[in-house]
Design a protein around this ligand. Structure first.
Ligand code: PMP
Length: 352
């Protein structure tokens, strides 16, 4: 007799470990921005609440048109998703069947291996360089006829490292046209290095490049779940075909548009985080930590075996960071006061 059971391979699925929230503790674990919504965004959210008896626009048409103007990209090349993590999953579902290969650097965004395995595709993890950055040459060397997609996270989560324009250009020249290169730019708005390209430009010149962006980080809407992809038109359409109907809710759509309308104000807030990032990294270097240069709203502590002890030490001081046991800890840049607490705790840890 057949019995009812979930797929046995689900037990081997890597777990997505969300940042913890503990009453009274400072959360520096999920790369969120510290401030709540701007008054104009909050007003748009409040106004949208009255319409929630209706289903949302399944194609997020108004948001796609707003982004189309903002990015100078035809709306047909844009897909909206329930967070960019959902778009990662849609990318795999749209392109990969069982046994197809998906390449990504490792360590990188922890959702990649999960969405790949759920689709019965094969994840190929390519180790980072000794400087904690993506190793594009090593990634190129792992491309086969079965490779369907490569995730290139720029800046890379959790290390904060970036790839420059010339490196990406060389990579794109060498990648065969049957492979889609997905530039995951979740942290783009925190980038100040002029050598880091805007991935959308590559989507104008290459038919195998897509870009993922999110409203969760710089735009401060992590709780509303909305992100977007800029892709070749057939890929954008395929993303819509595998979209779970109505998964981007109406409040998220309205809030994303209001955030684009308030972009200057939001990006000014990002500049405060960027200047804190410099202050925090400099202070940590001064203490003797190795912290790779970061262009995101977090710093990476490559602590190896000391990682768990570091996270515990932080937690004892009511600071929640994101440990990757045996590898390192990622710490989000918070308010100046929160960063001061973190720096004081890091200094103590260094003395242990
Ligand atoms: N890509 C990267 C690199 C990320 O770090 C994250 C969030 N941690 C995401 C995508 C997903 O963000 P969201 O689903 O909130 O848009």
């Amino acid at each position: 007799m057949p019995s009812l059971a979930p797929r046995p391979d689900l037990d081997s699925l890597p777990k997505y470990v969300p940042g913890r929230t503990i009453e009274g503790a400072v959360k520096l674990a999920s790369n969120e921005v510290p401030g709540g919504p701007l008054p104009s965004v909050q007003a748009a959210i409040t106004a949208a609440v009255t319409g929630v008896n209706r289903y949302p626009d399944n194609g997020s048409q108004a948001l796609r048109e707003r982004l189309s103007r903002r990015l100078d990209v035809p709306a047909e090349r844009l897909a909206i998703g329930c967070g960019s993590v959902s778009l990662c999953q849609q990318m795999i579902q749209a392109l990969c069947g069982p046994g197809d290969e998906v390449l990504f650097g490792w360590r990188s965004f922890e959702a990649y291996p999960i969405v790949v395995q759920v689709a019965l595709a094969t994840g190929v993890k390519v180790p980072l360089t000794p400087e904690h950055g993506l190793d594009l040459d090593a990634m190129l060397a792992r491309i086969t006829d079965r490779t369907k997609l490569v995730f290139v996270c720029n800046p890379n989560n959790p290390t904060g490292t970036v790839l420059h324009r010339d490196e990406i250009e060389r990579f794109l020249e060498a990648v065969p046209p049957h492979v889609l290169v997905v530039l995951d730019e979740a942290y783009k708005e925190f980038v100040t290095d002029p050598e880091v390209p805007d991935g959308v430009e590559f989507t104008r010149t290459h038919s195998n490049v897509a870009v993922l962006r999110t409203f969760s980080k710089a735009y401060g809407l992590a709780g509303l779940r909305v992100g977007y992809a800029v892709a070749p038109e057939p890929i954008a359409q395929a993303l819509q075909q595998v979209y779970v109907a109505f998964s981007v809710n109406s409040i998220a759509q309205v809030a994303a548009i209001a955030s684009l309308d308030a972009e200057d104000e939001l990006l000014a807030r990002c500049r405060e985080i960027i200047s804190e990032r410099t202050r925090v990294r400099d202070a940590l270097l001064e203490m003797g930590y190795e912290i790779p240069p970061t262009q995101a709203n977090f710093v990476w502590f490559p602590l190896g075996e000391r990682t768990a002890a570091f996270a515990e030490h932080m937690l004892d001081r009511k600071l929640i960071v994101r440990p990757f046991p045996g590898e390192g800890a990622r710490v989000t840049i918070g308010t100046p006061e929160e960063n001061d607490l973190m720096l004081a705790a890091a200094k103590e840890f260094q003395a242990i």
